[in-house]
Design a protein around this ligand. Structure first.
Ligand code: ZN
Length: 267
């Protein structure tokens, strides 16, 4: 059949109406449909909006002369470059997240620091009251698998109440949060206060960034397209207000160790 003048336009409209990740039957998935937010933990924490003002003093940890926020940013920017090269639209976000931020994945990048230099390992968590726990858990699983395979740091089972109530997605406590349909996780990459962890966090940033990008790609490619938002995110300037503090007390809570994670976090 010969296409008339209108047909190409109709086809274009149909393609635009498809969810991200779907190009139509039999066609390759266009990675350009994906959008990912990488948050640099503690970056410009002083810009947190009023509802998160109590967190403005949380400038991040340090260890061995290295500041967490600088490590977070170095790794986030490397991961962003890798993802961008793969056709993913990436927003590097500061501590103050754009309220209502929508993306196919949001990962808050942090490093731990503790007075107890014996503590080590990485942690992954998501909002304990997430509306989309399965998708968040899929993101966490993909990130954890990629990190395990490439980096080999031990997994720290001590996910805290602060992590599962991270301000960027804590809908119960704050209003300046990302969209609740955005799959999200917080990634504590390791302890700057542990010598071996620190050596990895400082000396293997390219490998960490690659693992981060690989994990995100694995999640994006494995997520059922029907479960993804169909509304593209608006551009997300780094100038938004935001934050990187944690909320709440420091104690791990039973609820943070729920079913879906139990096997991964408490082997
Ligand atoms: Zn942090």
């Amino acid at each position: 059949m010969r296409m008339g003048r209108v047909a190409p336009l109709v086809l274009l409209v149909c393609l635009l109406a498809l969810p991200p990740g779907i190009a139509g039957a039999g066609e390759p998935t266009p990675a350009t449909a994906w959008r990912v937010g990488l948050q640099v933990g503690h970056l410009r924490i002083e810009e947190l909006p009023e509802d998160q003002a109590r967190l403005r003093g949380q400038v991040g940890g340090s260890g061995g002369g290295y500041r967490e926020v600088e490590v977070n940013e170095a790794i986030a920017r490397r991961a962003a470059a890798i993802l961008t090269a793969r056709g993913v639209a990436v927003d590097i976000l500061p501590a103050a997240v754009p309220p209502g931020y929508r993306a196919d994945a949001f990962v808050a990048i942090h490093c731990d620091a503790n007075a107890n230099a014996g503590l080590r390992g990485y942690k992954l968590a998501r909002y304990r009251e997430s509306l989309i726990p399965e998708r968040d858990d899929a993101l966490i699983a993909a990130l954890g698998d990629a990190y395990d395979a490439a980096i080999g740091l031990p997994r720290d089972p001590g996910v805290s109440w602060n992590m599962t109530g991270y301000y960027a997605y804590n809908a119960k406590r704050y209003t300046s949060i990302i969209d609740r349909q955005t799959p999200s996780a917080i990634f504590e990459l390791g302890f700057l206060t542990h010598p071996a962890d620190r050596a990895t966090l400082i000396g293997r940033q390219d490998a960490i960034a690659l693992a981060l990008a690989d994990g995100i790609m694995r999640f994006l490619e494995g997520t059922p397209a029907t479960a993804l938002d169909t509304t593209p995110s608006p551009p997300s300037p780094i100038t938004a207000t935001a934050a990187t503090g944690y909320e709440g007390g420091g104690q791990a809570h039973e609820e943070t160790r729920r079913r879906a994670w139990r096997n991964r976090l408490e082997p």
